[in-house]
Write a protein that binds this ligand. Structure first.
Ligand code: SF4
Length: 239
């Protein structure tokens, strides 16, 4: 089967994936630029108008407390608003020991704190910078895709644990908004962690809000990172 490629429009909005061969043709003929080789992501040179996201189901989260694992402030912008519109009482968790180096981790955390203040969001932080927990988690799988799966397991596992211990009805993650992340894998890991800790995993395809995320990030003046988080991803992106 042909390898799949992720496709973004000129604003960074995620479109339907396409075959790798077609994606490479678009790049070769100057109709798109290459964003990333692994996973394969291209960006079209034009803007694609997509239908507006369906209105939030106001009752989807009514009366439910939801813990949102926040990977960064920009990904929390659209996600927090969307979940609140669905009726969830949202609190966030900061636990991202994958981010390297420490200065980058602290920069992203500070940005998250500023955003949380702006929108009156309570954030529970796992204290410090436990990078050793991430390093241990990926010891046996230092390359993609195993490395990312281990990274998701670590962070979603902690989110499920905190959600269960603090009596939340469900948990989810801002990682679900990013076209650069493996959404199916995140869903599988989240569901598994939910069973392990006795709390529901809330899945939604937040990618439809990717364009809005960009707009809100600029509006709030948030720090915009250039790579996913770990040292390997910085090298892969040439950051
Ligand atoms: S690329 Fe991103 S998801 Fe994958 S291991 Fe690194 S930080 Fe985690």
């Amino acid at each position: 089967m042909d390898e799949r490629a992720m496709v973004l429009d000129a604003t960074g909005q995620a479109l339907s994936p396409t075959g790798a061969a077609r994606a490479r043709r678009l790049v070769a003929t100057g109709r798109a630029t290459l964003v990333c080789e692994d996973p394969l992501i291209i960006r079209l040179l034009h803007i694609v108008e997509l239908p507006a996201p369906p209105a939030a189901e106001p009752s989807a989260g009514t009366g439910q407390r939801l813990l949102l694992h926040a990977c960064c402030a920009p990904c929390a912008t659209y996600t927090v608003g969307r979940l609140r519109n669905e009726g969830f009482a949202v609190a966030a968790l900061w636990y991202n020991p994958n981010i390297a180096p420490a200065a980058e981790h602290d920069l992203r955390r500070a940005s998250m704190r500023r955003f949380a203040d702006r929108v009156d969001l309570t954030v529970t932080e796992v204290p410090g910078y436990p990078a050793d927990e991430y390093e241990r988690a990926i010891t046996r799988c230092p390359a993609r895709p195993g490395r990312c799966e281990a990274c998701y397991r670590l962070r979603l596992g902690r989110a499920a644990q905190v959600a269960g211990a603090q009596g939340f009805d469900a948990f989810t993650t801002t990682l679900l908004i990013s076209p650069y992340q493996d959404q199916d894998l995140i869903r599988g890991v989240g569901t598994e962690m939910a069973q392990e800790h006795g709390v529901a995993f809330y899945f939604e395809n937040f990618r439809r809000g990717w364009g809005e995320r960009g707009r809100l990030t600029r509006e709030y003046g948030l720090y915009r990172q250039q790579y996913c988080g770990c040292a390997s991803s910085a090298v892969e992106r040439g950051a």
